[in-house]
Design a binder for this molecule. Structure first.
Ligand code: ADP
Ligand code: MG
Length: 219
């Protein structure tokens, strides 16, 4: 029997095996049930698979990868374990904000943003203090890597957010150079509103047997 989308009960986050703090924060945030892209991408993300998520703006992609990376994070290991690449500082700030909100109450999770357009000095100081999660734009991350200020050898989760926009902005080479510094045995998530040829070829190079999730609706 087929059902129209409105007849399908939306799944609760509690059906997933998430850290209890994450479930508490989701209810505080008013996220009562999963959006479609969350419902389809979170099971493979939490299982450790590489995932390509294609969905329009507003479909809830940030929480999909944010919950995945926070659930995987080993907070007791104070090393950079997650790298999230975004096209612009504004988007990186939004993503970092959502990750921090999702992470409330998980002891001492440190999220650091590394974006261009802000002075280097304070970023260098923050990097010296360390972080679990880096959210940033490719150009500035390359600047820090080139100066040996950023150790990506413990990264086990890499996220490309708005991959199509990053490629449109000419970040392909930077992205490749950043990925080269991360371990091969990592989980890679790629989110994009569109899926042009250039994204397919990057996915083939950097992902292992990715699960494809494509969603039309924003709910
Ligand atoms: P995208 O990255 O796909 O454009 P966002 O992650 O920015 O989408 O989410 C869009 C909006 O939906 C944000 O305001 C976010 O807070 C909200 N949102 C995301 N997931 C849920 C959910 N499960 N329930 C309610 N609101 C949500
Ligand atoms: Mg987004």
């Amino acid at each position: 029997m087929s059902q129209s989308p409105s007849q399908v009960a939306r799944q609760a986050f509690s059906s997933l095996n998430l850290k209890p703090e994450l479930l508490d924060n989701l209810s505080t945030m008013g996220y009562d049930s999963m959006t479609q892209i969350q419902a389809e991408s979170l099971p493979p993300i939490l299982a450790g698979d590489d995932v390509i998520g294609q969905g329009k703006t507003g479909s809830g992609k940030t929480a999909a990868f944010g919950l995945g990376l926070l659930n995987k994070l080993d907070v007791k290991r104070f090393r950079i374990q997650t790298m999230v690449l975004c096209p612009t500082r504004e988007l990186a700030d939004q993503v970092a904000k959502e990750i921090r909100t999702l992470a409330r109450g998980i002891h001492n999770v440190k999220v650091l943003t590394l974006c261009g357009g802000v002075p280097m000095g304070p970023q260098i100081g923050s990097l010296e203090h360390g972080a679990h999660i880096i959210v940033g734009t490719p150009g500035r991350i390359i600047d820090h890597l080139d100066r040996n200020r950023l150790d990506l050898s413990n990264v086990n989760m890499l996220v490309l957010d708005e991959a199509d926009r990053m490629l449109e902005m000419g970040f392909q080479e930077h992205i490749d150079a950043i990925i080269d510094q991360t371990p091969h045995e990592r989980q890679t998530l790629l989110f994009s509103a569109t899926f042009p040829e250039q994204i397919q070829s990057i996915a083939e190079r950097i992902m292992y047997k990715p699960v494809m999730v494509k969603v039309e609706s924003t709910h």
